[in-house]
Ligand binder design. Structure first.
Ligand SMILES: O=C(O)c1ccccc1NCC(=O)[C@H](O)[C@H](O)COP(=O)(O)O
Length: 404
């Protein structure tokens, strides 16, 4: 066969690193989960006539293969040099309705498959479309720098000697039983992209201690520096200051390395954002969390994400964020809406803890999300802004919920 080989559309179901054979065509699909470099390459050494139907269960993906071939070899044998298909994470993500795209690799434009010489630059792919996308794209860069300073092997050794984690989920359940109100995850939050600086004289340890005294069940510590003016040093300092509440590392996780890092810095739980991560990534990260003794708060924003998360095994904590990723607008009826109907039924059946997140300011807000079915709330702005955050908690719940 000479000249161009027509574009082939290959429906391929990929379960694991696989080698598919069909006649003398072999398709090897490499799946490297480390760093989520989901890299699939298809290499053919094939005669001119071929058709490929490679199917395995679990993941349904569609690969588009296009290439050119040339006659190079002796005899009539056709050597199709190397056909390379790169299906970026985004293609899987799009199929799952994920709105947050991952950073396109610099060496090739986003989501493009096909021969290098035909690649186009796509401007839309080169810039983030909303704040969460911007944060996660920056996170990719930041994490690769941090990894060089703290290689995974060293982190794994540090984790072996780390003190045991505290029971994040248990603390929420106990608080709810103790107070009859949703357990409070109080957020140590200096600033945010939507509100700017919330507290000028920000002392994370002082705030954490005040939250604990005020009756918080758990604390959430923002570790992102660029957008929230947080830091891992805050997490570490709070942990080392003797605060007993379990700590959530509030990060934008895009890489398993971050989970190990969080564990070495004193986290008892991490946040996983369904808008950013595919189902497979969530499943994989949950396994890592379990292995490290960490709880995972899996955050959703809409019905579709809630449906996805309910289909993933082993999730105990689901956060419903009331803040729109596109507009920053906060609407607490989002929590109520996502807990109605079939999703709410499944959550109750599985005895999951739902955490109402963002935009909670008053006892009425707390009562509203509690009536909708939440067993915990994640609150930052309304309490961190108070000159006395301990009193801020009493104000938020309409009564003193401290242990004393
Ligand atoms: O808070 C933001 O502006 C923000 C922007 C983009 C992504 C995430 C963001 N916040 C993270 C959170 O989930 C909140 O800090 C948390 O739910 C507490 O919210 P609030 O009580 O409204 O401070």
């Amino acid at each position: 066969m000479e000249g161009l080989v027509p574009v082939q559309r290959l429906p391929v179901r990929v379960a694991s690193p696989s080698l598919y054979r069909c006649g003398n065509v072999s398709v090897s699909i490499k799946r490297s989960l480390s760093g989520f470099a989901m890299d699939r390459r298809i290499r053919f050494t094939a005669p001119s006539q071929f058709s490929i139907r490679a199917q395995q269960s679990d993941l349904k993906e569609s690969l588009v293969v296009s290439s050119s071939s040339s006659v190079e070899d002796k005899g009539n044998a056709l050597r199709i040099k190397e056909w390379e298909v790169e299906m970026y994470q985004d293609e899987v993500a799009i199929s799952q309705g994920i709105r947050i795209r991952r950073k396109p690799p610099t060496k090739a434009p986003l989501g493009y498959t096909g021969p290098f010489e035909l690649r186009l630059h796509n401007n839309d792919a080169d810039s983030p479309r909303n704040i969460l996308e911007e944060i996660t794209w920056y996170k990719d860069v930041e994490v690769s720098r941090m990894k060089e300073l703290n290689p995974l092997d060293a982190l794994k050794k540090a984790v072996e000697n780390a003190p045991p984690t505290r029971d994040f989920v248990g603390a929420l359940r106990m608080a709810q039983e103790r107070t009859g109100l949703p357990g409070l995850i109080a957020e140590v939050k200096k600033a945010s992209p939507s509100r700017g600086v919330l507290k000028e004289n920000f002392d994370p340890v002082e705030i954490a201690q005040a939250y604990e005294k005020g009756g918080a069940a758990c604390l959430s510590v923002l570790t992102d520096q660029k957008y929230f003016q947080g830091g891992f040093e805050n997490l570490e300092a709070i942990r080392n200051a003797g605060v007993k509440c379990p700590l959530l590392c509030k990060e934008f996780v895009v890489d398993p390395w971050q989970i190990y890092y969080a564990r070495t810095k004193g986290a008892d739980a991490v946040l996983l954002i369904a808008a950013v991560l595919t189902d497979l990534e969530i499943t994989y990260l949950l396994k890592i969390c379990k292995n490290l003794g960490l709880a995972a708060l899996v955050e959703v924003h809409d019905e579709r994400e809630m449906g996805r998360v309910l289909g993933i095994e082993g999730i105990e904590l689901v956060g419903i964020n009331n803040r729109s990723l596109e507009t920053f607008k906060v609407d607490i009826s989002n929590t109520k809406n996502l807990l109605e109907g079939e999703h709410g039924r499944q959550i109750r059946e599985k005895d999951m803890i739902v955490v109402g997140e963002s935009g909670l300011f008053t006892p009425d807000d707390i009562a509203y999300v509690q009536a909708a079915g939440v067993k915990a709330v994640l609150v930052g702005e309304s309490i961190v802004k108070q000159s006395d955050p301990e009193k801020g908690i009493a104000g938020l719940f309409g009564r003193n919920i401290s242990h004393s």
